[in-house]
Design a protein around this ligand. Structure first.
Ligand code: PLP
Length: 465
């Protein structure tokens, strides 16, 4: 394949891509293949000789596409959406053509400075203080791991990286019982240990961490000789959208001098709308905040925006400067690889630039507001049906429900039947140990009619069984 062939095939791919997106509603949302179906169609051994792109393209259509769950389908109401607005896809295409490696300022100055500016734009868009700095991480999981490592090193006066953890006091980190599994993983990987992640019970309609219990746990741990290092809070946790009271958590953290990290991976995007900001009031007192523009905001996966009150703490934790990574004669530049765990970095800022300029903050806000209104209206419609009950009320566009009187097995059977039907895609979760159906909305191109289809699908299938 030469670059002229590349130009031809790129045009073909672009036309196919536009058609794919325009006809997505005709496809079942969740892939309807079984385990092993795709593998059985892939040759056991790699080819010795190059093959024509026509053949590869045909196989892409015949083998790959049937096994794709359509994340960009307007009726994808499962998990959280991982959007790919066309402007951001275009930017990703350009970034992959130029393919710069953005580890240091000098390895692509415009990528670094674009990243600085895009993070500043997002800080303004979210209403955070201009004193924050930002960096793009590959995922919220990585941002959380970086924050946990910062907690660890700060608490150990930077001895962990040098000496290792044996011989140190046992660290303790606190979060609610609603947090995402990426927090547990960060604790494992940081060598702190699951037993030292203290999960505080939640209370109230927002399922917020009980901050009296939090304070009590910290006090008891100090008395027992542990070393409290940090608190991780959530705005819009994955299961049912739990939101901690940031001001109350920050009060405890400031009293105890603990590092704070806020996981707003999904809900952070909604904070571009001022009316939703009460959900994270007090966030501006947190040391570290992560949200994923690749979820609700519309940036092509992957893109996690990580904001820091004092990036020096993160740099002190992660920066390492062998001679071959030094930038001589440019002391003031930012090398973002010192802010993240991998050294290599893709040019992710470009898609934010394309996205924000193409739609404007108003265009992005309008989508999020519509999703919230349409999702809550669907919730009210189901609530009015005699055979359904709403289990947890909407937090933004996320809520849970079930058929009245259904046991866990019946609820799961309904989820499976709905997803086999294919018109919509939803998932299940546990609320206080009971299986419920989880609904959230946030696909970039969804329209109100998609929510009518959701209502029809859910009620028809539930009543047919
Ligand atoms: C999606 C999500 C994560 C994980 O995000 P990744 O970018 O996939 O690591 C973590 N926390 C919450 C609340 C999420 O919604």
């Amino acid at each position: 394949m030469n670059w002229d062939d590349f130009a031809d095939w790129s045009q073909k791919a672009a036309r196919w891509g536009a058609e794919y997106h325009k006809t997505l509603r005709d496809r079942p949302v969740r892939a309807q293949v079984g385990p092993g179906d795709t593998l059985a169609q892939l040759p056991d051994a790699p080819p010795e000789k190059g093959q024509p792109l026509e053949d590869i393209w045909t196989d892409f259509q015949d083998i790959v596409m049937p096994g794709i769950t359509h994340w960009q389908h307007p009726r994808f109401f499962a998990y959280f959406n991982s959007n790919a607005a066309p402007a951001s896809v275009l930017a990703e295409f350009l970034a992959s053509i130029v393919a710069p490696q953005c580890m240091l300022w000098q390895t692509s100055p415009s990528a670094t400075e674009m990243e600085t500016r895009m993070m500043d734009w997002l800080i303004q868009a979210l209403g955070l203080p201009s004193t924050y700095s930002g960096v793009i991480q590959d995922s919220a999981s990585s941002a959380t791991l970086a924050a946990v490592l910062t907690m660890r090193e700060r608490a150990l006066s930077w001895a962990g990286n040098q000496k290792g953890l044996p011989g140190q006091k046992t660290l303790r980190i606190y979060c609610s019982d609603q947090v995402h599994s990426s927090i547990d993983r960060a604790i494992w990987v940081a060598g702190i240990g699951q037993e030292n992640l203290i999960k505080i019970p939640t209370k109230g309609p927002m399922r917020a961490m009980d901050t009296e219990a939090l304070q009590a746990a910290i006090t008891a741990d100090r008395a027992a000789g542990y070393l409290p290092a940090g608190i991780i809070a959530a705005t819009g946790a994955t299961g049912m959208g739990a939101c901690d009271d940031m001001a109350a958590v920050a009060d405890v953290a400031e009293r105890e001098s603990l590092y704070t990290h806020l996981d707003a991976a999904w809900a952070g995007a909604a904070m571009i709308c001022p009316e939703f900001r009460p959900l994270w009031a007090g966030a501006e007192r947190f040391d570290s905040i992560v949200f994923n523009p690749h979820k609700w905001l519309g940036a092509q996966f992957d893109c996690a925006a990580h904001f820091l009150r004092d990036p020096d703490l993160l740099r002190q934790t992660l920066a390492i400067r062998p001679e071959y990574l030094k930038t001589h004669g440019a002391a003031e530049v930012t090398d973002y690889s010192e802010w993240s765990i991998p050294l290599g970095r893709r040019f992710r800022a470009l898609k934010l630039w394309f996205l924000i300029r193409t739609y404007g903050l108003e265009g992005l806000r309008a989508r999020i507001r519509n999703h919230v209104v349409w999702s809550q209206a669907l919730c009210d419609r189901l609530r009015a049906e005699p055979d359904f009950e709403i289990v947890t009320d909407p937090i933004l566009s996320l809520w849970t429900f079930r058929v009245k009187g259904a046991d866990d097995a019946a609820t799961q059977a309904l989820v499976d039947a709905i997803n086999d039907d294919g018109r919509i895609y939803i998932t299940q979760t546990l609320v206080d140990g009971t299986k419920v159906i989880r609904f959230q909305a946030g696909q970039f191109d969804c329209i109100q009619a998609d929510f009518d289809t959701a209502f029809d699908t859910i009620t028809q299938i539930a009543r047919a069984s």
